[in-house]
Write a new protein. Structure first.
Length: 154
């Protein structure tokens, strides 16, 4: 038999508070003297209740709005695509300084006139931008976002 296999019952009875001075937890029964927490039913107070004083969550001002973790797509206008031709993807847009990085979402929106034939491969494009690209003799293909290459630990 091992020590951890022993089945040991608790050999002390639960304490009975408020049963006289001789019992050890008599009179105030460990609640102290006076005050709201010494009275019967004190557990029914709401969470954050501070004894009638204005609660901390009421005292702190509410913040405006909320923080969204949704990353917005960077916008490229169709008239800026006139500088480019052939296959245009995130890498080519980043090289032309039309977007900050090739690893971001891109949305193409129509503005002005598109004259060059472009095979566009980005994440999003407005309906009017797709029409303008097709009118100029190009095409649009929706592709996934490029993943950043992971750095190798050396």
């Amino acid at each position: 038999m091992k020590y951890n296999d022993l089945i040991v019952e608790k050999n002390t009875r639960p304490s009975r508070k408020g049963r006289g001075i001789a019992a050890g937890q008599g009179k105030t029964a460990g609640r102290g003297t006076k005050g709201q927490k010494a009275r019967t039913g004190h557990r029914k107070m709401p969470v954050g209740f501070m004894g009638g004083q204005r609660a901390i969550m009421q005292a702190v001002p509410k913040l405006k709005g909320f923080k969204s973790f949704h990353t917005k797509a960077e916008v490229v206008y169709t008239d800026r695509l006139n500088e480019l031709s052939g296959k245009v993807d995130n890498l080519k847009l980043a090289e032309a300084d039309l977007i900050s990085s090739p690893y971001v979402k891109v949305k193409v929106i129509s503005r002005g006139e598109l004259k060059s034939k472009v095979e566009l491969e980005t994440q999003f494009a407005s309906k009017s931008a797709i029409e303008a690209i097709k009118k100029a003799g190009g095409s649009f293909k929706k592709v996934a976002i490029l993943k950043k290459p992971e750095k190798k630990a050396e």
